[in-house]
Design a protein around this ligand. Structure first.
Ligand code: G
Ligand code: G
Ligand code: MN
Length: 398
């Protein structure tokens, strides 16, 4: 924490002794200002009146207002602070609280099982720092864009794919990369997908971006092949686009124009809640599979009728969602979900990809379980096209 500048932390904890302990640890970790509240109402008042709070460390089990209600009010206040939850409850319960907090739009950096240690706090605070650093890098002033601005950006081809490596657990070799859209805004710099995917999807304009991504990812992958790296590229497809029965032809056409063989492209589709219009989706995906494209079920485990979807669609790959992968080495609930996902994939004869591998410990256990492919910060973050080629050069095991 040597780079510590100002870090104002609010500790919400009803036990005096625990609260003081946490406050002491925070100070020793370089927090410049630590304020306290013994219960939720008082904390909310402080949030309303305090100048600025960067981080809230909040207990889950409190009398009067519990941690969950506190988080909901926090979300309603639309405060920018990051949140760390502490609790003595068991891990599976904490996982649902985590999901709830995220669903409320809380910037949750993690959950600490009590007793809180200096080490676990230090770990999450450094994550907070890199998060805010990244957010600042990506979104200088967190601009919000109108649909017109986004569409203009797409039309001007201001979007480009960043690439995140996918690596073979068994050999450590690079197998491919996932293309993740970034908007290189002429005035605001790099903008991440949360600012543009949803507006494009909801307005029925996501195809414009998808086509651009397919073309640029295809060209990049073709280039990697020419440079001696015969790897795959994965592109995210919005389920919405798949209701148009012309999509498969359009995609085939684009990939043909880049001279990439479809067997080197994987299309990732997120499983979502009950699809009513499943017939055209099946037609598109089956046609794409027949033409040699790989099909990946993205964010597996977060959707609805997982099993049913798997049986209907000829997937070649299953991507275990990062919410189950991160920290699975130290969490029996997560681990059992990961295991059963690997089992299902094995029974279906398709590959498993663990997304969100961040630590050596998670890498080791996933490898032992027989997971095929790793993707995550432990290996590499998404990077620009030219950087990715340099990464291949340094990482390649020829
Ligand atoms: O790095 P990351 O922040 O890139 O991506 C956030 C989310 O945006 C992910 O869920 C990812 O699937 C989605 N995403 C990234 N690029 C694309 C894209 O080109 N098309 C679609 N539909 N989703 C994308
Ligand atoms: O398409 P999908 O929802 O699977 O998009 C992957 C998302 O996960 C991207 O936003 C990508 O940046 C992010 N991601 C990939 N690996 C990691 C990781 O190890 N840690 C975290 N926090 N995010 C990751
Ligand atoms: Mn994906």
């Amino acid at each position: 924490m040597s780079s510590a500048k100002v870090l104002t932390v609010l500790v919400v904890e009803d036990h005096d002794f625990q609260r003081r302990t946490i406050m002491r640890m925070l100070r020793s970790l370089g927090a410049s200002d630590v304020i306290e509240a013994a219960e939720g109402k008082q904390a909310l008042m402080l949030m309303n009146h305090a100048t600025h709070i960067d981080l809230v460390v909040c207990d889950l089990d409190m009398p009067k207002m519990d941690g969950m209600e506190f988080l909901r009010h926090l979300a309603e206040l639309k405060v920018e602070a990051s949140v760390i939850i502490t609790s003595a409850k068991d891990r599976s319960l904490l996982t649902s609280v985590e999901k709830m907090a995220r669903a409320y739009g809380i910037r949750l950096i993690g959950v600490i099982e009590k007793p809180v240690t200096r080490h676990s706090l230090a770990d999450l605070i450094s994550r907070h720092r890199s998060d805010t650093f990244q957010t600042k890098q990506m979104l200088p002033s967190a601009p919000r864009f109108t649909l017109e601005e986004i569409l203009y950006g797409v039309q001007q081809k201001q979007f480009e794919p960043f690439f995140q490596a996918k690596v073979d657990f068994a050999t450590g070799q690079i197998l491919g990369a996932e293309a993740l859209a970034r908007w290189c805004h002429p005035a605001h710099g790099l903008i991440s997908p949360d600012a543009f995917i949803a507006p494009l999807e909801h307005s029925g304009n996501i195809n414009d971006l998808t086509y651009l991504m397919l073309e640029m990812a295809g060209i990049a992958c073709r280039h990697w092949h020419e440079q001696g790296y015969p790897i795959t590229v994965s592109v995210n497809l919005s389920l919405r686009s798949l209701t148009d029965t012309m999509l498969a032809d359009k995609i085939t056409h684009i990939i043909q124009s880049t001279q990439l063989d479809p067997s080197h492209m994987i299309l990732e589709i997120t499983e979502t809640v009950a699809m009513t219009d499943i017939a055209p989706v099946l037609e598109n995906l089956t046609r794409l599979r027949m033409r040699g494209f790989g099909l990946s079920i993205d964010d597996y485990g977060t959707g609805f009728s997982s099993m049913q979807q798997l049986l209907r669609i000829p997937y070649t790959e299953l991507k275990i969602d990062q919410s189950f992968v991160m920290g699975c080495a130290g969490n029996t609930t997560l681990l059992s979900i990961v295991k059963s996902s690997i089992d299902i994939a094995r029974q279906l004869g398709i590959k498993t990809v663990a997304e969100g591998v961040e630590t050596q410990a998670d890498w080791e256990i996933l490898k032992t379980l027989g997971c095929d492919v790793a993707q995550g910060y432990f290996i590499a973050k998404p990077m620009a096209g030219n950087q990715f080629l340099a990464f291949c050069r340094s990482f390649w095991q020829g």
